[in-house]
Design a protein around this ligand. Structure first.
Ligand code: PEP
Ligand code: MG
Length: 892
């Protein structure tokens, strides 16, 4: 098998094999851009290594062959004593995993070849600086030595020399430092720093392979739902040097602003530095625009390359480059990460530029991003003006976050577990902070630019982040933050950070709704001259989605207010009105009377009292959804939910009895509570079972629906009610309810002399219903999949308990990447949905199919429901725009 590809042999579509970085290096090479020559070891080699614990035999030979080719081209050998070829070894998986995987630069330097490099470059300082970097990076990432040991030693040397940055260290200082670093290696590993260049390279490759299974990489993959079996590629690239003096340097660039999507020159540049210095935020960078003054020729060339890349990739690209003595080299490019707002703006800009079409624009955004944009932000008129601004940094990831200041990840996790909202404040973050960042509301750092670890990772997580707030001094030892004005924020003090403006405030700043929500609410118009650019972009993307989607989107709503909001957000009806929500509050007592009724007469009176109330509710609901379907589900939950808690009531009655003043009603209530008590109420007397066991209950509800529809019709309305029966397991249950329903409806129609056009269908939320869907369809006008209960019953997971009990363990063990209550379990629950849909339609080709479980608003699940051919999804009002967008993306 071919395990090694020269850069000139690959292309951007080979990401599975060459990883993202390798595929893009190949693509740039083939575009004729200045990429230093090199080759890529495939993900297959990595997988083979991880499976067997050993690199495949063919790999070594193939690497030797490609290395020889590279040496020929460069006219020097790896680590050659008088003029060494040096290479970088960098990981590159299919999906970029920021900060997770490791890079080693300057492979090939040894005690001997460092002299050669010094002689060849005419720069002794540079040679020794490169060597100390090799030992430092190699020690840390390949040999597993704590990076702090090197960093501290470097700091000591700097302060001993009175230097503030490493550039001020002389060749002699660096020589001494190399000695110290080598001593650290011997001390920590029991062996000397390897002097054989090929051994250095092989060890580095192996370390990259191993890092695929590092715990941080695994955590990141779980969160991002990246499969664990992809493996990483390894790129071996001839070194170019940004640390050869002031006419050299290294930088990162974006073809547009990854935070706002605005076009322009965005990036950071660091003179006389090597790659990792920029990303690590160790020295402060200058804006990329300043490069024009420093090196106009390279700047112009870079601008041109950026344009080439944007047109070629037809998307925002991010780029790493190095300038070696005035010569520009491209070290990496990829389609760049971006904030949610930027994603929407860039997608529409690219349509306007004619680079992509509408269908493609839909693929450039997603529902998760839209959901992010619907978060509230700080009040720019009121609250923020009065708030005390204590600092200002780079707006790295948008949103408004308020919480207590914490200065280490451990505290962030601990406090957030106990329910506190926290802001994680660090000088800069590193991969060890991942858990803390996840636990925090937002992240604030005092160092690093838009491409720093904190910024990149927070954007990926959708967390608010302000980075590089330089004038703020973060003191992690004393756990406080100091402003130049002398104000001190201690651990536990509340701070507010604005990831959209970069501003940092002391205390709690009030938050306001997002403009995107204002737009969906109809309070902001995309057509207005001064409309927010983001709102305009969202408006256009939603229009594309609505134009192409096949799935209709309905709302789960049970009151007129939710229904009205849902309609503003684009709902095309109500897919689930849970009538039990209409029996809460003061009305609970009426249900209690129904349950306690001993005689037919008492029961009739209790039902009689409920009827007009229900009817009124339905009239309001049908009015707010006039002309659109409204699925009303008959009572579902176990009756005991309407009764007092068994323990409380027992105590009350016992106390009263001991005082000899027990009240008759309480005694009856207690009896009823005992009678209705169930070990497994979710598997008990609920749903259709209630309707069949309590005479008159469903009749009352059906009558209320029919009467409400008749009243709306009489008033000139267009009610489109659908009656839905929950928890059906067999067609017989449905037949009984249908008989009853047809009678009542016919009665009401006769009384009012109207045709109501009511339909009657069922939820499919039990495995037996799904398995016998073909029979059930004979008696149902529609199916609505209740994927909450279906997930509960297929997995035998109690939906009310699992999240708090063992789900974290399951997620940590990777048994599933996301809770099956959140995203549909396609293989299990999903396959029942698919087969039930097919069986139902086989019986009744015009059977209407929908879903009303929580999955109806989950992006990935929406795609699945599209694929299995459902007619609509129904979700909570706030998720309707997300469902519309995803339904469009699924169809585009
Ligand atoms: C369901 O089970 O998916 C459903 C929508 O019903 P509920 O959540 O009310 O049980
Ligand atoms: Mg249910």
């Amino acid at each position: 098998r071919k395990f090694v590809y020269d850069f000139s042999e690959g292309n951007k579509d080979l990401k599975d094999l060459l990883g993202g970085k390798g595929a893009n290096l190949a693509e740039m090479t083939n575009l004729g851009l200045p990429v230093p020559p090199g080759f890529t070891i495939t993900t297959e080699a990595c997988k083979a290594y991880l499976d067997s614990g050993e690199a495949p035999a063919a790999l070594r030979d193939q690497v030797s062959e490609h290395l020889a080719g590279l040496e020929n081209r460069m006219g020097k050998k790896l680590g050659q004593a008088d003029d060494p070829l040096l290479v970088s070894v960098r990981s590159g998986a299919k999906f970029s995993m920021p900060g997770m995987m490791d890079t080693v630069l300057n492979i090939g330097l040894s005690d001997e070849s460092v002299q050669g490099l010094a002689a060849q470059s005419g720069d002794e300082r540079f040679a020794w600086d490169s060597y100390r970097r090799l030992i430092q990076m190699f020690g840390d990432t390949v040999l597993g030595i704590d990076g702090e040991r090197f960093a501290e030693t470097l700091d000591e040397t700097k302060s001993a020399r009175g230097a503030t940055t490493d550039v001020e260290l002389t060749a002699d200082d660096l020589k001494e430092l190399v000695g110290k670093f080598k001593a650290i290696v011997s001390e920590e590993t029991g062996r000397d720093f390897p002097q054989d260049p090929r051994e250095q390279m092989d060890l580095a490759v192996r370390a990259v392979f191993d890092s695929w299974n590092g715990s941080r990489a695994r955590l990141y993959r779980r969160q991002e739902r990246i499969p664990h079996d992809l493996g990483t590629a390894v790129n071996i690239c001839s070194m170019v040097f940004g640390n050869l003096g002031p006419d050299s340097g290294t930088g990162v660039a974006f073809t547009r602003d990854p935070a706002s999507g605005q076009q322009g020159v965005y990036g950071d540049y660091l003179q006389n530095a090597q790659g990792e210095d920029v990303v690590a935020g160790i020295r402060n960078t200058v804006p990329l625009a300043d490069l024009e003054q420093l090196d106009k020729a390279s700047y112009d060339q870079l601008m041109q390359i950026m344009e080439t890349l944007e047109n070629h990739y037809r998307d925002l690209c991010d780029i790493e480059f190095t300038i070696e003595r005035g010569k520009l080299w491209m070290l990496q490019t990829r389609v760049g990460k971006r904030t949610a707002a930027a994603a929407f703006r860039i997608a529409t800009q690219l349509v306007d530029q004619g680079l992509i079409d509408e269908a493609e624009a839909l693929q450039r955004v997603n529902g998760t991003q839209l959901a992010q944009l619907m978060f509230p932000r700080f009040d720019s008129n009121g609250g923020v003006k009065d708030a005390e601004q204590i600092g200002w940094g780079i707006a790295a990831s948008p949103g408004a976050a308020v919480g207590k200041a914490v200065f280490d990840s451990y505290t962030a996790i601990k406090w957030s577990r106990s329910g506190e909202k926290v802001i994680l404040i660090r000088r800069e973050t590193n991969p060890d902070d991942l858990d803390g960042m996840l636990a925090a509301e937002g992240i604030l750092t005092s160092r690093g630019g838009k491409t720093s670890h904190a910024a990149v990772v927070a954007r990926g997580m959708g967390k608010t982040c302000v980075c590089g707030a330089e004038e703020l001094e973060v003191d992690t030892k004393r756990r406080c933050l100091k402003t130049p004005g002398g104000k001190v924020v201690e651990e536990g003090d509340v701070v507010s950070i604005d990831g959209s403006t970069g501003k940092v405030y002391a205390g709690e700043v009030p938050v306001v709704p997002s403009p995107v929500v204002e737009y969906f609410e109809g309070r902001m118009h995309a057509g207005a001259d001064d409309a927010d650019e983001l709102v305009k972009a969202v408006h256009r993307i939603m229009a594309y989605a609505d134009r192409v989607r096949r799935l209709r989107v309905r709302a789960n709503a049970d009151n007129a207010e939710d229904a009205a909001r849902a309609r503003r957000f684009g709902a095309q009806g109500i897919g689930l009105c849970r009538t039990e929500h209409m029996f809460l509050g003061e009305r609970r007592e009426l249900v209690e009377r129904l349950i306690l009724a001993d005689t037919e007469d008492e029961r009739e009176r209790a039902l009689g009292a409920l009827l007009p109330l229900q009817q009124g509710d339905f009239i309001e609901l049908f009015e707010s959804m006039d002309g659109l379907p409204v699925t009303v589900r008959l009572l579902d939950p176990p009756l005991h939910e309407f009764l007092p808690d068994i323990t409380e009531l027992s105590v009350r009655v016992a106390l009263a009895e001991s005082r000899k003043d027990a009240n008759e009603n309480d005694l009856r209530l207690l009896q009823a509570v005992h009678r209705l008590h169930e070990q497994n109420p979710m598997l008990g007397l609920r749903g259709v079972r209630l309707g069949l066991v309590i005479p008159g209950l469903f009749t009352m509800q059906i009558r209320a629906i029919a009467e409400a529809a008749a009243a709306r019709k009489a008033g000139g309305g267009d009610p489109r009610a659908e009656i839905m029966i929950p928890l059906v397991g067999t067609v017989q249950e449905l037949e009984l309810v249908r008989e009853e329903a047809e009678q009542v409806i016919a009665e009401v129609e006769r009384e009012h002399n109207v045709e109501l056009g009511l339909t009657l269908g069922t939820m499919i939320e039990l495995p037996r219903a799904a398995l016998t869907a073909g029979q059930i369809a004979e008696c149902a006008d529609f199916f609505s999949f209740g994927t909450n209960d279906l997930t509960q019953t297929v997995w035998a997971f109690s939906r009310d308990d699992v999240e708090a009990s063992f789900f974290t363990a399951y997620l940590e063990k990777g048994i599933f990447g996301v809770s099956p209550f959140e995203t549909i379990d396609k293989d299990g629950v999903g396959s029942l949905v698919r087969s039930a849909a097919e069986a139902g339609r086989a019986t009744r080709p015009d059977l209407k199919l929908g879903v009303c479980g929580e999955h109806g608003g989950d992006p990935e699940s929406v795609h699945f429901f599209h694929e299995v051919g459902l007619d609509y999804v129904s979700c909570s009002p706030f998720r309707i725009p997300v469902a519309r967008l995803e339904a469009g993306r699924a169809a585009a």
